[in-house]
Design a protein around this ligand. Structure first.
Ligand SMILES: Nc1ncnc2c1ncn2[C@@H]1O[C@H](COP(=O)(O)OP(=O)(O)OP(=O)(O)O)[C@@H](O)[C@H]1O
Ligand SMILES: [Mg+2]
Length: 239
């Protein structure tokens, strides 16, 4: 299958079937999606439409039943588990729908973990970098607490800081503003807009149609089928 040389992220004919007690459930149906470097794509769709499943194909957390997934010329659909973790750590910043912070590590240690795992940034700079990212999220005062001592919205911002730790070219975020009040959600989107302006490629899932329009393009999923359209005012800066 010819790879689209202009796309950074490409899904070709992706089907995902989940095995259930009552037979195979098609969560993604023949999805073709190409995302260029520097694009900011929002993914919208009803609960259960396949948004998280789609992100899991791109991150390699799960594999397609049929089809191919390429990220930055890496065939994600066929990477071994061994190679996957390190590849993911260097190339993708992932914000999970339910944060997935490690409960036994402090907030700042959670953010240092990707740098330690992938050996990015000199050892003696990692803590300062983590504290700096926390500061950007206005969480500097919480650095030495355990995640359980923070509110849902604060944990969500820790998860965003962790996703940025390795300065990855691609950021994939599942409902990164789902637990945030509208002002904080606005700030997170502004940060994403800044990251895109600096050349990052971002995919986010959101339930918020207003915020979704601040991306360059929106992919709409219904019952596992994806269609995508460009947004008009893609600068997205609130008047
Ligand atoms: N491991 C699984 N086994 C069986 N079915 C699954 C599994 N994971 C997801 N599904 C089903 O696949 C469909 C898509 O799930 P997915 O989690 O991708 O939805 P979503 O769009 O992210 O929903 P939400 O907005 O609620 O997070 C749903 O119908 C869900 O029930
Ligand atoms: Mg989901």
């Amino acid at each position: 299958m010819a790879e689209n040389e202009h796309a950074l992220i490409s899904l070709y004919g992706v089907d995902k079937l989940y095995k259930t007690a009552v037979g195979d459930f098609p969560a993604l149906k023949n999805v073709d999606l190409q995302i260029k470097s520097g694009e900011f794509v929002s993914v919208i769709g009803k609960s259960g439409s396949g948004k998280t499943t789609l992100l899991n194909m791109v991150t390699g957390i799960d594999r397609p039943t049929h089809g191919e997934v390429w990220v930055n010329e890496t065939p994600v659909h066929e990477l071994s588990e061994n190679k996957m973790a390190r590849w993911r750590g260097k190339n993708l910043g992932i914000v999970f729908q339910f944060f997935q912070l490690l409960p036994m590590l402090s907030v700042v240690e959670n953010i240092m973990l990707p740098m330690d795992f992938c050996n990015t940034f000199p050892k003696n700079e990692r803590k300062d970098r983590a504290l700096d990212l926390l500061d950007q999220m206005e969480l500097a005062d919480h650095a030495f607490k355990l995640p359980s001592g923070l509110s849902g919205g604060q944990q969500q911002r820790v998860a965003i800081a962790r996703a940025l730790a390795n300065d990855p070219p691609v950021i994939i975020a599942d409902e990164p503003t789902g637990n945030l009040d509208s002002k904080t959600a606005e700030r997170v989107f502004s940060l994403f807009n800044e990251l895109v302006a600096r050349g990052k490629t971002i995919i986010i899932v959101t339930h918020d149609n207003g915020l979704s329009k601040r991306a360059t393009r929106t992919a709409l999923i219904s019952d596992g089928e994806v269609s995508s359209y460009m947004n008009g005012n893609h600068q997205g800066v609130a008047a």
